[in-house]
Design a protein around this ligand. Structure first.
Ligand code: TXA
Ligand code: MG
Length: 316
């Protein structure tokens, strides 16, 4: 991917203005939270979110956590329930992420939810994170600000060591206090622990007055990394198709004559940004047989191909 000059911003009025300007323009800004540094982008902007995956070199589209400045904004994006409200009252702002049914108004990019019906949300407890989020005034998708497969950064220097030249800016707010990622609890069904983290499990269970289900429990939802049922279209998919048979709808890439084209100009960032939306469009078109052009296996192409393989996998 092309190199950019990564700015180091101070957490003062001037730095915060630059950070919000970059986010509004669809750029990437790393900022500190109490857990680890996040790599933020406007969660409503497909192309901005695609850039997160490109910068991290993430080989698959794992869903991302949406960060909000304050608790009152959360119900705009997810459907709260009693368990979630209890946990939110007790632990937000803080190192807890809640997974809840997403409000289906299409505001949040499908690259953030990975096409799942749920959304992970968190209200961080860090003055710089809060200042960035409040000044931006919208939902910010932010995974940890490290290249894929590397450890999470807890200082601005760690962020630069991994991502210098790949992101627009980092706001240097000093070292993170908690230093491990947030605890993730799904409240989409019976409250289930998806990832241990900054808030101890005992504290969560004491608040709920009941044990959390664990991922390994038979009735618990599977972690999205392993989830075969990320959104897949209704039609049967044939990958690496250089042309479409007469009965097939072509999801193209590059200079082909296609029914839908992920990126006529061979741009993998644009293709990633369009992917989930176009899979939905294929359903809207009633496509029963779908041929998909070959996607180059470098950069974001890895994540796109991973997602396409899952969507094309045999189903129950
Ligand atoms: O402390 C943290 O959580 C940091 C800071 C920046 O907030 N963020 C972070 O994000 O650790 P990330 O992307 O590195 O990890 C997010 C995890 C992933 O394992 C993802 O699978 C899970 O959250 N996740 C996100 N959305 C989900 C969803 N809808 N359902 C289940 N799991 C979800
Ligand atoms: Mg991470």
């Amino acid at each position: 991917m092309k190199q950019t000059k990564t700015k180091i911003l101070s957490p003062d009025a001037h730095g915060l203005r630059e950070a919000t300007d970059i986010l509004r323009a669809g750029g990437l800004v790393s900022f500190p939270t109490e857990t680890v540094y996040g790599l933020g982008a406007d969660a409503r902007d497909n192309v901005a979110v695609a850039k997160i995956y490109a910068a991290k070199g993430r080989p698959s589209f794992n869903p991302l956590i949406v960060h909000l400045a304050d608790v009152s904004a959360v119900s705009q994006y997810v459907q709260m329930n009693d368990a979630a409200k209890r946990l939110a009252d007790a632990f937000w702002p803080g190192a807890l992420t809640l997974v809840l049914p997403v409000v289906p108004d299409g505001t949040i990019s499908m690259l953030v939810t990975a096409g799942l019906g749920t959304l992970a949300v968190r209200v961080p407890d860090h003055p710089v994170a809060t200042a960035v989020l409040a000044a931006f005034g919208g939902p910010v998708a932010a995974p940890s600000a490290n290249p894929s497969g590397r450890i999470s950064p807890t200082t601005a220097a760690h962020v630069l060591a991994g991502l210098d030249g790949r992101i627009d800016a980092v706001v240097d707010g000093g070292p993170c206090g908690v230093g491990v990622e947030s605890t993730i609890v799904s409240c989409a069904g019976a409250p289930t622990l998806l990832r241990a983290g900054g808030i101890p499990i005992e504290a969560l269970e004491a608040c709920l007055g009941a044990p959390l289900l664990r991922d390994e429990d038979p009735d618990a939802p599977v972690s999205p990394g392993q989830l075969a049922s990320h959104y897949a279209p209704n039609g049967l998919m044939r990958l690496n198709a250089s042309y479409a048979e007469p009965h097939e709808t072509l999801l193209g890439f590059g200079g082909v004559n296609a029914d839908l084209n992920l990126s006529p100009s061979d741009d993998l960032t644009e293709a990633a940004a369009n992917l989930f939306g176009m899979l939905h469009q294929l359903d809207a078109l009633g496509a029963k047989y779908i041929a998909v052009s070959p996607i180059p296996a470098h950069g974001l192409g890895q994540a796109i191909n991973d997602r396409l393989r899952r969507a094309a996998a045999p189903r129950d």
